[in-house]
Design a protein around this ligand. Sequence first.
Ligand SMILES: [Zn+2]
Length: 383
Amino acid sequence: MIDAASSTAHCPLCSSGAAALTLPHPSRSMLSDGRVIPRALTKMSCLACGSAFHASSAAEVDIRAIYDDDYTLASAAPKSDVARARAYGDWIRGEFNPPRSILEIGCGSGALLSELLQTWPDAHACGVDPALPKTTQSQRNITLVRGFVEDIPTVAGTFDLIVAVNVIEHTTSPSAFLRSLHDHLAPNGRIVIICPDGHSPNVELLFFDHLYSLTRDGLRICGRGAALAAEKQIPAPNNIGDFQMSVFTAQTDNSHTPPADATDAARLHSDRQSYLDGWRMLDQFLLERLRSTANLLSFGAGQTAALLRAYAPQTWARVASLVLDDPTEAWDLGPPVALYRHAVQTPGRPTLIATTPRVQQAVAKRLERDGLYPVTWNELIPR
Ligand SMILES: [Zn+2]
């Protein structure tokens, strides 16, 4: 039974009551780039619009400090970065007519803009990112700027298509963020917001730097606060995963508003809590499964492995080596990294599966075929 009245927190988006979520660890949490920070994560789930948010509003300066030179999500795995840009590029291209100008907020290395300009070569593009990789340079029709929205030079003018992929959930005020994008929007332009799908409980709840987990209702409310109307709200294609796209236009008197989304916010709160309970129990679950087994391999050295390090620390302490088909994709998580094809030369080696739960059974079959002893946990956390 959820008792919203027992909570003092109100949803910053819709001002309705919210219920607390119990996070997996009482004193530590993780940033989405894998860093573990000694701060408890406390989040709330709104009982009206269904969005989740931090229980205590983090100071903006704290959040900005996260995106300094140490924030390396894009450059940690160069091939994944390109593959991700291609998938998002295909999705965005399929939804829009060729624009004359594109602005991307949070452009990382600029991979998505390069991808879009292959199809739209006549467009000029501008990308901004507070953690623009040092090796990145502006190209012929792409200008890259290190900074935030307010650092976009005014001479850049306005843009037909403004894209922000996986940015809005990091902002202290999604509404203020959309307002700042609106300031750069050309007449009849479109703002494309892509972010994790707040309707399906997923890893973003475990990230300290995801200040919001947004539902379609939540996004529409933020849009209204920025004089924007949601023209379209769609889930991502399967190859992209638990993400969603909202397309905004400047609000006019007769702006078309999609019918209200009957978010079952109470059920969403309970689904989120079940998901988080899985992560809270994961360390114990794996220790029981492993018994005295130590000297583990970890198959995978990306975000899921980082989550295991943060939220299943006793299990992670038994990992001796990370194995990957391509070690250049490995995040720096402590243990040494080795080639998978070398690891399979020691048959029967217990191997912790550190990939997203959805693909663990398929990965386990491959490891078994290769003579390893896979340890899965998707029975506890199915997705
Ligand atoms: Zn709300």
